[in-house]
Design a binder for this molecule. Sequence first.
Ligand code: AHR
Length: 643
Amino acid sequence: MVRIGKVAVGGAMLALTLAGTAVPASAASAQLTIDAGAAGPGINPTQFGHMIEDINHSVDGGLNANLVRNGTMKENAANPPAFWSVVTGGGGTGSLATDTAKPLNAANGSALKLSIAANGSGQRVGAANAGYFGIGVRPSTAYRVSFFAHADSGFTGPLTVSLESTGGTAYASATVASIGQSWRQYTATLTTSASAPVSTANRLVIAANATGAGHSVWLDVVTCYPPTAAGPGAFRADLVQKLAATAPGFLRLPGGNFLEGTTVATRFDWKATLGPIQNRPGHQNDSWAYWSTDQTGILEYLELAEALHAQPLLAVYAGYSAGTNVVPQGELAPYIQDALDEIEYATGATDTTWGARRAADGHPAPFDVAYVEIGNEDNFDHSGSYDAYRYPMFYDAIRAAYPKLKIVATTKVTSRPMDVIDDHFYNSAPSWFTGQAHRYDTTSRTGPKHLIGEYAVRNAPKGNPTGTLAAAVGEAGFMVGLVRNADVVIGAAYAPALANVGGFQWNTNLIGFDASTSYGAPSYYVQQMFGTLHGDHVVASALTGADPTVSVVASRAGAGRTYLTVVNPTAAAVSTAVAVRGATVGATATATTLTGDPTAVNSIGKPNAVMPATSVVAVGGAFDYTFPANSVTVLQLPTDAVR
Ligand code: AHR
């Protein structure tokens, strides 16, 4: 056996020589031949991406780094507002209520009224926000707080804003000197002490200390941001970093069922998501049963894609909301116009109406949108309206206005052409996915392209909220087939991408997070391997002598590297004699291997239980390699540049 770096390679008998060392000849049971000179399809820039919709608090309470839940006081129309509670100290007394008497503006009409009854020396009365399943606090970190407030005529302030444990230990505080009688925005910076623990059992408190007895203060649009990801938007840095590390080629946004809502009124109404956040009304995300502030609006979704160097794959509302809510043909025109306006907002020059609005919103440059999807999962519209009139009406309007855009249908139609059809696959069995490795081998090369807009092994053992290694390996087997068929499969997105472990609605997700930290599921590492370790075109490969569930794809980068991806979902290692033709292969390769106990999972507590390992291994024009049981392996073979 030859060992270079950390991983063992080779069979038992002598066959090749590395640096003068006799190595065993092949006793491999499988033969794998790569013809690096036999170029197959080009791998698309959009080959792997993500679906970003607000499910599992992946946006509000996730990507949107705002730590305050229900800062607009509208969630559940509750009184007092949900996720707020009164805080008193030293014998002070007071109460909270939802108050609509003096709205901040037309979009945000309900305020939090803090009524201070008794508040003498050494006392305090305030309002505490519980955050999204806690509030993440870190040491020596600056948090930006903003809120709108006014007070009655006898209240002179000040207010103290603090981040503190749920038990009342303050980690940071700042004072807002006085509150006037008209609505105004106030800001404060809270910098935590060096001794503040990394923790989530915390609250944000806005309180009057020893002042204001007999008076009231009103609050609205309260936000608190930790340092956010670089670039525009206010995105949570660790989650953006995790998405970026998969090198996504596209983001399918903004859903998913979130796009549709369960009623027309609760769809993602993109025009209501523009402008300063205090002017956004938000809406009930009834697909996933929580309030969406829409503080991540269409501009922020597009900016997220741009920050990730991913194409936005823009899904437009198409007159169908999950369930039975179909817009009649005679009433569809305004929704088509909304879609056209949305495309113009995303892509139009600044001398167009909506391009100018985008510029006014801070983003003069158009976004790089190549694909527009009409609706989401319209196969669930059993009325037949999608093929009968909705798809054709949207298609005709978009095609006429934007002839270069590729139009994605969400289910098969015959009334108009489909540039792309979006296939979704969820299945509880990893073996179902490995069994699909050849699904697109026989797809017509003259018909529509395919987008796999959502897929995942769901409900695998222990797959809640994130899945097992077995699930990840199953998905990898499927993905091998997607790469081999890159001429008909333009892209694929595991879904859902994100889940707040404190409150998720969907079993089995890619990235789990709480108010403070995050981790990738084993499936996440598969996405990362496929997203980052590939060439620019597929090359021929053939595997014989192995179990049929073992799958292989090879690709080559013109500049001189061939990537060999092997997925072994079986319980036995596969020793393989690898022969590379059509290129000269160097002596050593980098191997990236994801393997382990098929039931293993990662979690907030054990984020790195399943991780890929990287090592340097001996290779050449012919070499033996043992692919471990339950594994995904990528070998980066040094090959000469394509001439
Ligand atoms: O990804 C979760 C949900 O699954 C999406 O919102 C929907 O499109 C699909 O049914």
